[in-house]
Ligand binder design. Structure first.
Ligand SMILES: Nc1nc2c(ncn2[C@@H]2O[C@H](COP(=O)(O)OP(=O)(O)OP(=O)(O)O)[C@@H](O)[C@H]2O)c(=O)[nH]1
Ligand SMILES: [Mg+2]
Length: 223
């Protein structure tokens, strides 16, 4: 088996800057979420559905990561939410320095939640800590049931897996229980929410968990 390791030095430098980001987020009191997935699994759709349900209670900002275009940040801005687009060119993930540089221009003092939508990629984003408090991944049912086994790192590194596009299950040739089983094989602690951004099914359960998670974060910050 060939194994490709990102240079240890690159990751060490990244970790140092990520910890600086974490300090800034802490100082500003902002709860930060790193949202990752393969391209097109539904990260921006999840953000739209999540923001619609939270924006009356929390002040929210979004950093978008994409190779090209402002398509995703435009979708977020259309909801009245400040969004900052990082275009990485040909880099397949966000790193801590990109986020750090964005924070010079995108001040988050006074915000409750920062969502960072990572570049669509099932491998590299999971290697780069950005200073976030919570890692969430979107896994769409049309990707097939074997992805957790074939690409274990991201599944292993996240607290939550949003199993998206369940409205397409009848056409996807997979069983929800197999998707769940394979995720839990790689990460037994993963909290899994089957959802559909199209029909809204399951989204309220995810939102309810997320509200509790922020509450816990705030209690920890105080103590
Ligand atoms: N049927 C169905 N389609 C969905 C669902 N969620 C997202 N989509 C569609 O999937 C496509 C990709 O969704 P996005 O939210 O743009 O996915 P993304 O992960 O942000 O994509 P990238 O940022 O390009 O990686 C769009 O056409 C969405 O309308 C869902 O629950 N059901
Ligand atoms: Mg997107």
């Amino acid at each position: 088996m060939h194994k490709i390791d990102v240079g240890a030095n690159v990751l060490q430098v990244n970790e140092k800057i990520a910890l600086e980001n974490k300090e800034l987020f802490k100082k500003w009191g902002v709860f930060t979420v790193n949202l990752m997935s393969a391209p097109g699994a539904g990260k921006t759709s999840v953000l739209e559905e999540t923001i619609k349900r939270l924006k009356d209670n929390f002040s929210i900002a979004v950093i978008e990561g994409d190779l090209q275009t402002t398509v995703d940040s435009d979708r977020i801005k259309a909801l009245g939410i400040p969004a900052y687009q990082i275009t990485t060119g040909n880099v397949c993930h966000l790193d801590a320095r990109m986020v750090h540089n964005a924070l010079h221009e995108f001040k988050l003092d006074g915000f409750d939640i920062l969502f960072i939508e990572n570049v669509g990629n099932l491998v590299c984003p999971a290697e780069f800590y950005l200073g976030e408090d919570l890692r969430v991944m979107v896994y769409s049912v049309v990707e097939g049931a074997e992805k957790p086994k074939k690409y274990p790192l991201m599944f292993h590194e996240v607290e939550v897996v949003l199993l998206n596009k369940i409205d397409l299950l009848p056409y996807a040739g997979v069983e929800l229980k197999d998707l769940e089983k394979n995720v839990l094989e790689v990460n037994p602690r993963a909290k899994i929410f089957p959802i559909s951004c199209k029909t809204g099914e399951g989204i309220d359960d995810w939102i309810s968990w997320f509200r509790n998670r922020i509450q816990k974060f705030r209690e920890n910050v105080k103590s």
